[in-house]
Write a protein that binds this ligand. Structure first.
Ligand code: CA
Length: 233
């Protein structure tokens, strides 16, 4: 019996497949590989991996199908790996339930960091429900969900209700890239409109200012322009 995390790598380009599977194996993961969409579904169903790294451009079908297949009944983290650089493709994959997106060419360190973050975010979301009680801790950031208070480096950060809601929502999905539309739907619900993206950006700017993050510090919230935000170290 192995207690290693099983990672299903779906990629039709042999050099990338070899590179990534070797990198996974040498970093303590057990890599399982598939070259096509149909093989990936079979491998997924038989091995039930802990994480899926998925190339969208596959020879037999669009890799998006695999996201649908997995999300029918599982929250297994999915990192999309693709040469597609269009924001629309990223947003589409994320809105369908992919956790994150890495654009080729990528470095091993970058992909490994995303793998660790995705596995962490899955553990977090499966152990606790929405807006769980207790505290969220990430580096020197502490969110007390019961009291709705936020601390950074032991100093309390005073946030507006909206700023707090955004921060709590991102923390609840730590490590996962959340698209603008997902955040907006959650925060503003039925009152969301064309101005919501601007409102979101203003709120995010205010949160960052209040965090007063200096260069070299952990920033906690990363923005991918045109796509969304991710909370992580
Ligand atoms: Ca491909």
């Amino acid at each position: 019996m192995s207690n290693k995390y099983k990672v299903l790598l779906v990629e039709d380009e042999q050099n990338i497949r070899t590179l990534v599977s070797t990198m996974l194996d040498t970093n303590g993961y057990q890599a399982i590989v598939a070259e096509t969409c149909s093989a990936a579904k079979l491998m997924y169903d038989s091995y039930m991996p802990d994480l899926v790294i998925l190339d969208l451009g596959l020879p037999d079908a669009d890799g998006i199908q695999i996201i649908h297949h997995i999300r029918k009944d599982a929250l297994t983290p999915i990192i999309v790996l693709s040469a597609r650089t269009g924001e629309q493709d990223k947003v589409r994959a994320l809105d369908l339930g992919a956790n994150d997106y890495v654009t080729k060419p990528f470095g091993s360190a970058e992909l490994l960091a995303r793998v660790r973050a995705a596995l962490r975010s899955n553990r977090h979301s499966s152990d606790e429900g929405r807006f769980p009680g207790g505290c969220f801790v990430l580096g020197k950031l502490v969110i007390n969900y019961d009291a709705r208070r936020v601390f950074l480096n032991d100093d309390e950060i005073k946030l507006t209700q909206t700023e707090y809601n955004i921060l709590a929502f991102l923390s609840e999905h730590q490590g996962k890239m959340m698209t603008y539309s997902t955040i907006i739907k959650t925060i503003w619900g039925d009152t969301a409109d064309d101005g919501s993206i601007k409102k979101l950006q203003v709120n995010m700017d205010n949160i960052r200012k209040k965090f007063g993050v200096k260069p070299g510090d952990a920033t906690y919230i990363k923005n991918e322009l045109g796509v969304g935000y991710r909370m992580d170290l």
